[in-house]
Design a protein around this ligand. Structure first.
Ligand code: CS2
Ligand code: MG
Length: 412
């Protein structure tokens, strides 16, 4: 079975998505997500100009060889663009192989290790009353775990608080999930770590007293603290028993997490911006984290993320796959199949895509009683309606960036 055709499909229903569609000489098709939020066109070119020409005529069953060929023959290794492109090829080939076998992909990955995937959603509010409304809404939607993000007094616009984000043409809509804004330039947000560190423990005190001690609560520090600040926050949040504190400090310097780990027992999740196992090596071998945050889309695909998670399993570290709306329905489906099969599954991030996105991508996953399941259709269970996709051309959109009060650019 040979790869006969490879198409890079860019569509922007609710946001920009990049999808690779492979077709074999006997008519089977496979999809892979190659969406890199804010840098989508870089991956489009990497795929269209440098990968697609190499794929035509290759054995579609040779997934591992194709992965190794694309990784090693490029000479220049790693990086978000390269690994998103390789991920798209990898997932599309797994989709094809599972269709050829007549099985849902998770069966080829070892079969189901659980009945469904615990998922968490993003509750947010510019203040505590608005946050409470969002938590109640997520509980009503059936979420059994909830991420908590709020505004900080004195700060104008802040990550993760939906009401501060207005996507052009959607003014006034509440965007719980789409930080990338459709505009020619990135939007500037403001930040003050001291104000944040002072404010946040009181927010979790209020949430726990309103909603009780049992519901798993998560928080995303979004790379903004120094290690000692992260240690201080982790310690301050211990009374509120978080499921995890995410991206507490930039982790290019993996050793920085040693300092955080020394000071707090709050579980730590890191890795959504990582793209190979080498980004995790110290974090895993020294058990400096509790959850691997990578998405299939950003880490070289199912073949690569499976290896990372099997490595992490030896150190009692679990999966916490990234799943905001900039992971497309194809990327989400790949995550669900992998998450269902591995033993060390932890939790799956699940931000619901918009209606327009759902009209472009026909999905077969289920969401019930707080659990996701990829479904049992052969392959990954997603089809892309190319006519619908064609209605929504790419629109320039960037993630915001931060400046401090004195104008210094800061991690967003
Ligand atoms: C966030 C993301 O979901 C998360 O944990 O970190 O919303 C992140 O900001 C976006 O995926 C960036 O594209
Ligand atoms: Mg995050």
């Amino acid at each position: 079975m040979k790869i006969d055709r490879a198409e890079v499909i860019v569509t922007s229903p609710d946001r920009n998505f990049v999808t690779l569609k492979l077709t074999t000489d006997d008519g089977l098709t496979g999809l892979g997500d190659a969406t890199l939020n804010g840098r989508e066109l870089a991956v489009v070119s990497y795929l269209a100009d440098h990968v697609v020409p190499l794929l035509i005529g290759r054995d579609a069953h040779a997934i591992e060889d194709t992965w190794q060929f694309l990784y090693r023959s490029a000479y220049w290794r790693r990086g978000p663009v390269t690994m998103a492109a390789i991920a798209a090829v990898d997932v599309a080939l797994w989709d094809i192989k599972a269709k050829a076998a007549g099985m849902p992909l998770y069966q080829l990955l070892g079969g189901a290790s659980r009945t469904g995937l615990l998922a968490y959603g993003h509750a947010s509010g510019k203040d505590v009353p608005e946050l409470f409304d969002s938590v109640r809404s997520h509980l009503e939607q059936g979420y059994k775990a909830i991420r908590i993000q709020t505004g900080v007094p004195g700060l104008r616009a802040i990550y993760g608080v939906a009401s501060n984000v207005t996507v052009a043409g959607n003014e006034g809509k509440r965007y719980d999930h789409e930080p990338a804004q459709r505009a020619p330039l990135p939007v500037e947000e403001d930040w003050d770590t001291r104000a944040y560190l002072t404010h946040l423990p009181g927010v979790f005190e209020a949430v726990r007293s309103e909603f009780g001690p049992d519901i798993p609560l998560l928080h995303d520090g979004h790379h903004r603290m120094t290690p000692i600040q992260a240690a201080r926050l982790g310690k301050a949040l211990e009374p509120y028993d978080l499921f995890w504190l995410e991206d507490c400090t930039p982790a290019e310097n993996q050793d920085a997490l040693r300092l955080v780990r020394q000071h707090t027992t709050t579980p730590l999740a890191i890795g959504e911006v990582f793209n190979t196992v080498w980004d995790y090596q110290t974090l895993i071998t020294e058990q400096l984290i509790d959850y691997v945050r990578s998405a299939v889309t950003h880490t070289g695909g199912i073949s690569a993320l499976r290896k990372i998670l099997d490595f992490a399993a030896q150190y009692q570290i679990k999966s916490g796959m990234h799943g905001p709306t900039d992971i497309s329905p194809v990327g989400m489906a790949a995550a669900m199949h992998l998450g269902l099969a591995i033993h060390n599954f932890g939790i799956q991030e699940y931000m619901k895509h918009g209606a327009l996105t759902d009209s472009v991508f026909q999905q077969s996953f289920t969401w019930s009683d707080g659990l996701l399941h990829p479904g049992d259709k052969p392959g990954i269970g997603v089809e892309l309606d190319t006519d619908e996709a064609g209605k929504y051309p790419y629109q320039t959109a960037y993630l915001p960036y931060n400046r401090l009060a004195d104008g210094t650019v800061h991690d967003w």
